[in-house]
Design a protein around this ligand. Structure first.
Ligand code: AMP
Length: 211
C-alpha cells in the first residue's frame, strides 16, 4: 500500500521477480482494458482520467478471475488493490473462498510533496516497461532504453499534476483507512518509501523473509 507514486509498481515487480510470484496490478489491468477498448476499458477510461476509483464490482471481478489462473498458485503480490474498505472486505471473502490468505501488508511511506514531482516526471519503456524519470533516472543514452534498447517510451495519461492531486486526495480519503483495517489484523509493516530504491527493496525483503 502507499499513495500514487510511492513506488508500489516498481517494488512489486522486483518482489515478484525475486520470489517467483505474480504481480497483480489492477491499474495495469485497467490500462490494458482501456488500450484494448473492451467494455470495462470504455467504462474505466473517463474515471481514470479524473483520478477517481473505478467501481468496486469491476476491480473485484477482475481480481477474482485472475486468482483462478494457474500462475497464481505459487502466490502473488497485489499492487493497487484493495483501495477502500469495501474492496478489502470483498478481498477477504474471495480469498476465503479460495482457501488463500494474505501474509503481509507493506506500506510505503512517502511525503505528499515528493509525489507530485515523482509522478509528473515518470515515463516507461514502451517495450519492456522499465521505469524512468525526467530528473531522477534518465536513460544512460538519451532516447534508448537501458534494459532492452528500445526507442519508444510512454507516459500515463493520468500522470498530470491536476490528476495526481485528485488521486492523492482519493488515497487519503478512501485507501489510507485500510492501514487501520489491516493494522487490526497485525499485518501492516511500514517502509520508508523516500529511501533509495534498492534500499526500499531490501527493507521489503527483510519483512517478507527469504524467497
Ligand atoms: P494505479 O496504476 O494503481 O495508480 O491505478 C491507476 C488508476 O486505475 C486509479 O487512479 C484508478 O482510477 C484505477 N484503479 C486502479 N486500481 C483500482 C482499484 N483497486 N479500485 C478502483 N480503481 C482502481
Amino acid at each position: 500500500m502507499g499513495p500514487p507514486g510511492a513506488g508500489k509498481g516498481t517494488q512489486a515487480q522486483r518482489i515478484a521477480d525475486a520470489y517467483n510470484i505474480v504481480q497483480l496490478s489492477t491499474g495495469e489491468m485497467l490500462r490494458s482494458a482501456v488500450a484494448e477498448g473492451t467494455e470495462v476499458g470504455k467504462k474505466a477510461k473517463p474515471i481514470m482520467e479524473r483520478g477517481d476509483l473505478v467501481p468496486d464490482e469491476i476491480v473485484v471481478g477482475i481480481i477474482d478471475e485472475r486468482f483462478g489462473s494457474p500462475d497464481c498458485a505459487n502466490g502473488f503480490i497485489l499492487d493497487g488493490f484493495p483501495r477502500n474498505t469495501a474492496q478489502a472486505e470483498a478481498l477477504d471473502s474471495v480469498l476465503e473462498k479460495r482457501n488463500m490468505e494474505l501474509d503481509h501488508v507493506v506500506e510505503l511511506q512517502v511525503d505528499d510533496e515528493a509525489l507530485v514531482e515523482r509522478i509528473t516526471g515518470r515515463f516507461t519503456c514502451a517495450n519492456c516497461g522499465e521505469g524512468y524519470h525526467d530528473k531522477f533516472k534518465r536513460p544512460q543514452k538519451p532516447g534508448v532504453c537501458d534494459r532492452c534498447g528500445h526507442r519508444k517510451f510512454t507516459r500515463r495519461d493520468d500522470d498530470t499534476e491536476a490528476t495526481v492531486r485528485s488521486r492523492l486526495e482519493v488515497y487519503h480519503r478512501e485507501t489510507a483507512p485500510l492501514l487501520a483495517y489491516y493494522g487490526a489484523q497485525s499485518k501492516v509493516k511500514s517502509v520508508d518509501g523516500m529511501a533509495e530504491m534498492d534500499e526500499v527493496t531490501r527493507q521489503i525483503q527483510a519483512i517478507l523473509g527469504a524467497p
